[in-house]
Write a protein that binds this ligand. Sequence first.
Ligand SMILES: [Zn+2]
Length: 312
Amino acid sequence: MSTRVIGRGKCPRCGRIGSLVFKEISGNIYVYFKHGREWCYIGPASRVDLSSLISGIELYHTFTTKFRELLEVHLGGLRLKLMVTFMIGVILLISAYCISFINLDGYYSSVSLMLTSISSLTFMLSIALYEKSITNGKYVFQVRVLKRSLIAYVILTAFAILIVTILALPLKSPVNMWFKYKMVIGSAPIKPHSHHVGGNVTATSIGKAFTYRAIHLRVPLASIIVASTILTYMLRPLSLMQLVLCLIVSPFIAYLILFTLSMIPLLILGLKFMEALSFIVYSSINLSIPVVLLSIALMLLVNVLLKIYSIK
Ligand SMILES: [Zn+2]
């Protein structure tokens, strides 16, 4: 003999609210309503009008589900946790900015980097909470773009990465990636008495001095972390094949644009196109690699967090 509670509803026998229970006795299923310790026998499942009972139960459940959701929103369900977690991430990131702008040396850049790292972990937690709390209508905007075309989605992702990368450039970090290019824009013989060489002038053994223009692009590790965070967020609605494409192509496009922008002064001064292009492509690949690797790690982290949430 086994019993199974189907749900709550109104008992057709006594009119009270109770639990609808199926009881299996030697292969036959019997329907009961249970009111605390009291049981009302309704009849064998084959002869009872189950549809009327079930529709009543459904109504009851729609109401309870909606009520529960309403309570969760106001009294601390997943969505509230999501909001709080997201806000903590934002506050951490703002703190990292403030510390960067105070512009103190050494120790403070480490603090800024640490805050940025914790904020990205917090954002991963909010992604997991978001996916757990919203059962339908997830990533509505992204899905709409994705339905148009995958290329549009890749470009959207690239622009998101570009914008956060530029915004995060001022973040202080003890670890930075440097991208430098020097371009000789002229040479002149050194005057006999000119021994002091500095600034933009370099002495050479043949007695000539070259003047050059250079670009120095400093990309702090904090910026790479922020870029990986937005990339991970943008990758969430994608299927595996789309994900792989977007993961590789989007950061590359973003950094192609970033380095092209940074090379504009030298291009105006007459840098050869092929030289500029090779620098831009080489640098873009170099900057993409840590972003791609970090995004894969963050992606795994979100999946682990989702696993933890489903165990609960
Ligand atoms: Zn009853």
